[in-house]
Unconditional design. Structure first.
Length: 234
């Protein structure tokens, strides 16, 4: 909405600015009248708010059947963020992502390109264990993708790694195939910010399909190359 003052000058209302989905506040000081607040907000507060929002989800079959919310692991300030599918039995017990067999393989995969697991940030598409470890259904993936996008915006990684078709589907939709899309750098825009993204196989899939590990290794080397090229501190 544009409000005209007596001198017919256009004054942009806060309502209009807020509709752009950018975090601005009005400040009555004569200079810096419009200030961007996004950097000032504490990442840890934002993560806590997101965790609360997820824990308040209603009518969710995943939440009803799980023993607890599994939010994330690792360093929120990391330039690298990994997204898996959803907690399994061990993760559900411990409240941490990737602590079971798939997690052990993930640790090895990271070690193979000289990344310490505690130096990166890890989360999942869904934050409650699906019953009997079933794949989250499309409506669940869509519902939780809103939280995932917020999560990515808060962490603001330089490299986003999507492990498995569920993570891929959550952000790129279900029309593409992981076997075709893995291994190449893509850009995804989330809340007006572009993230460099690599889709690769999920460690649980590699445990079942050992012959696919060679592709995973190619992807890991590509990720290492990019970390070096961007001179990321991890
Ligand atoms: N598989 C996932 O996708 N996430 C976990 O946390 C564990 C296994």
């Amino acid at each position: 909405m544009i409000i005209n003052d007596k001198n017919q000058n256009n004054i942009i209302s806060s309502e209009l600015i807020n509709s752009y989905d950018i975090n601005y506040v009005f400040n009555n000081e004569p200079i810096n009248r419009v200030k961007n607040t996004s950097n000032k907000e504490n990442k840890y507060d934002l993560l806590n708010n997101l965790r609360k929002k997820i824990s308040n989800i209603n009518n969710c079959e995943l939440k009803k059947n799980a023993s607890q919310l599994v939010f994330s692991d690792g360093n929120p300030k990391s330039p690298i963020m990994i997204v898996g599918e959803g907690p399994g039995q061990k993760e559900d017990q411990e409240g941490k992502p990737f602590v079971g067999d798939a997690g052990k393989l993930l640790n090895k995969m990271l070690e193979s390109i000289k990344i310490e697991r505690n130096k990166i940030y890890i989360t999942n598409v869904v934050n409650y264990r699906p019953p009997n470890n079933r794949k989250p259904d499309p409506s669940e993936i869509m519902r939780y993708s809103i939280f995932l996008k917020e999560h990515i915006s808060i962490i603001n990684p330089k490299i986003l790694i999507l492990m498995g078709s569920t993570a891929m589907e959550s952000l790129f939709g279900s029309k593409i195939k992981i076997s075709k899309e893995r291994g190449t750098w893509k850009e995804i825009i989330i809340n007006q910010k572009t993230y460099l993204t690599m889709i690769t196989f999920h460690p649980a899939y590699l445990l079942r399909q050992a012959d696919q590990k060679k592709y995973s290794w190619t992807d890991l080397k590509e990720i290492r190359k990019k970390i070096d090229k961007l001179d990321l501190k991890i």
